[in-house]
Write a new protein. Sequence first.
Length: 441
Amino acid sequence: MKFSKVVVISLVLAGLALAGYRIQSSGDSAAVVYETPPVRVDVMQVAPGELSAWAFAEGTVEALQKAFLNFEQPGKVVHIGTLADGSSSAEGSPLREGVRVFGPNDDVRLGQLLARIDNRENTAEVVALEARLQSARERRKEAEAGVHMAQNDKQQAEKDFARIEAIYKKGVVSRDEYDRYRTGMLNAQVGVEAAESSLQAARSEEKGVAADLNRATVNLEKTSLFAPFDGVITAMNVLQDNYYYPPAGISTNREREATSAIVVVDDSRYEISLEVAEAEARSIQEGQPVYLAQDDRILYDSVDEGFDQRGVVKGSVWSVSPALSLQNRSRQVKVRTEGDAQAIQDGMFVRAWIATEQKTDVLTLPWQAISFRDGKPYVFVVKPDNRVELRWLSIGIQGLLNLEVVDGLHNGDRVVVRGQHLLPDDSSVNVINELKAGGAE
């Protein structure tokens, strides 16, 4: 009986051991067979391209040419100009803000007449001086004729004296006759000198009257305002039949615009003054390309089109101040527009993107492809067996959408750009989309 119990216990223990072995064997087999499924990712094939580094600023647009026109004397406004094409002149429609005007050119000494005040007194003075000038010219002509006559008399007197002198030496004529001809010759010489002096006086008088006439003509022009260049009227502060007084004590452009008779702006070129932080200003140089728009959204949307989009104005850096502003520790950078500038206007507040550095034939990656560990950038590169390799990177200039990879990648490497945050090193991936980097930014 005791033996039977021992046998039963032995059989039970053997069965438990066998079951445990099978369970252990089954667990080991499952661990070997099971593997994490590949991570679905998008990759980008690295290729050389162009890249630009940027500085960002904002400023106010000012016309490169802006004329604050004023009459130089008070008076009643008797005329306001009409449209340049004459389309509304029959109706007497006057010039106003927003109307385009034309300036002087090779064929026209003065630009379009914009306005005129009463100039009757100036006109009368010009007429009187013109009459005086005509009289002076006649006297100058008479003096010139007098010089010719005196020179002819002198030549004749010299000939007569030479003839008498020869006869006198032969004793044919008396001494009195000889002296009379000699005196006549000397008088003729004096007559030439007097005639020349009279001519010089006549010429001086003519020049003096002409100078007075020029001054009077200038004063006459001061009673009229002409367009100094092609542009658009931005302020019209005079009305016909109203009395005009020249402004006084004006110091700022805002005051000038409010008080000037007419303001004309050349809307083909503008200058924008930017205040740029010292750190960014160090990389800005004259001639660098600049892109301008009302807000950053317009500029950002035009990146893929090379900024060749409506609402964007192109320009370049004109100057960089070498001194820092004492108020905000920034540098003043001036930008001038190039080409079509219709998207901006005088006085508008704009955003400016300055391309401070441009590189070609460099490896680039989009920002979203880069991960960081302890502040160091890295990416995952897909190997031919569809497993990933962690690569540490050295970064160069940084653009709007991409950045430069100086070291860590090679042309043609396939970099994970989406799904990389789920990856450990040497994990398996399933490539869903494959893109190509490079191009221009």
